[in-house]
Design a protein around this ligand. Structure first.
Ligand code: AMP
Ligand code: FE
Ligand code: FE
Ligand code: ZN
Length: 282
């Protein structure tokens, strides 16, 4: 069984439609794939139909953007939650709107130094998609300012850049509680991805575990080996489940479907724990 529990479509910052992600998953030889768009479940319906057509099982999911009180960015994967749960829905809706004004502010700042307009950014984004820095990066690529998203993220769009603007995001422990309340299974995404920015310390893990954290995404290309050892010990100590995933974004990132996998027993534990919705199997 080849199981990849982290992939994005153009409902957020992936480059393929949800249906195309399912087709790509089948082509990559996956048996199971999770669709985990940032702060949105809008791809679930299209993804479910295409999963059945392509003979792959779909784990409906989401990746919630969070921020600690120290300002450190945390991504929380949610699997099999009820997408209509009011508390969780309210938080992600707030974040989605905040992302819109934040992107506009970043574009205003960038337009002072680069040939970039708001129109350039939104005309290539799918309607209703969760807007992020990757979409601004795409417009900068089209304008010839950078070669690709990766170059944009190591130069103009880093969190230290003078063009960077924050957006509203819930605290990670609050997000864990909301995912649980919605019947979902909360898993800390790429927890030690130090190249992306500052990483959290012991107290954040403690708060998230106390709030009901279920697992850690350990096998992910952005987690350095030293960090993985720390995460394995933490998972052992607290009985957390562990996952491995690609974090596929279509052509938006080099990450390939199936480059990291999750074991069938871990998926079984996720399904046992969840009460919000079911895995889609054709
Ligand atoms: P935002 O949530 O808008 O602040 O943007 C962060 C998003 O950018 C994350 O979802 C990542 O998937 C994406 N991202 C981060 N680093 C890179 C990179 N080097 N290349 C492409 N996308 C990236
Ligand atoms: Fe992303
Ligand atoms: Fe992430
Ligand atoms: Zn992701």
């Amino acid at each position: 069984m080849r199981i990849d529990l982290h992939a994005h479509s153009n409902v957020s910052d992936g480059t393929e439609t949800p249906a195309d992600v399912m087709a790509s998953a089948a082509r990559a030889g996956l048996d199971v794939v999770a669709l985990t768009d940032h702060d949105s479940t809008d791809g679930w319906t299209e993804g479910s139909l295409a999963a059945i057509d392509n003979g792959v099982a779909l784990v409906p999911g989401m990746e919630v953007s969070c921020r600690t009180e120290k300002g450190i960015s945390v991504h929380l994967l949610s699997y099999l939650h009820d997408p209509a749960h009011p508390g969780l829905l309210e938080e992600i809706t707030k974040a989605k709107y905040a992302r819109l004004t934040r992107a506009e502010r970043m574009v205003t700042l960038l337009s002072e130094d680069f040939p970039l307009t708001w129109d350039d950014v939104i005309h290539r984004v799918a309607p209703g998609a969760t807007l992020g820095r990757p979409h601004i990066a795409d417009a900068l690529v089209a304008a010839g300012v950078v070669a690709d998203r990766s170059e944009a993220f190591t130069s103009i769009l880093t969190s230290h850049s003078r063009y960077f603007v924050q957006h509203y995001a819930p605290d990670p422990a609050t997000a864990v509680e909301l995912v649980r309340a919605a019947g979902g299974v909360p898993v800390f995404a790429h927890p030690v991805a130090s190249a992306r920015g500052r990483i959290v310390g012991e107290s954040t893990y403690r708060d998230m575990i106390d709030a009901g954290l279920a697992g850690l995404e350990i096998d992910h290309r952005d987690n350095p080996e030293e960090g993985r050892e720390f995460l394995r010990r933490l998972a052992d100590r607290h009985g957390l489940l562990v996952t491995g995933s690609s974090d596929y974004h279509g052509t938006g990132k080099p990450n390939l479907l199936g480059e990291n996998l999750t074991t069938p027993d871990m998926l079984a534990r996720i399904e046992e724990m969840a009460t919000g919705t079911l895995v889609v199997r054709g």
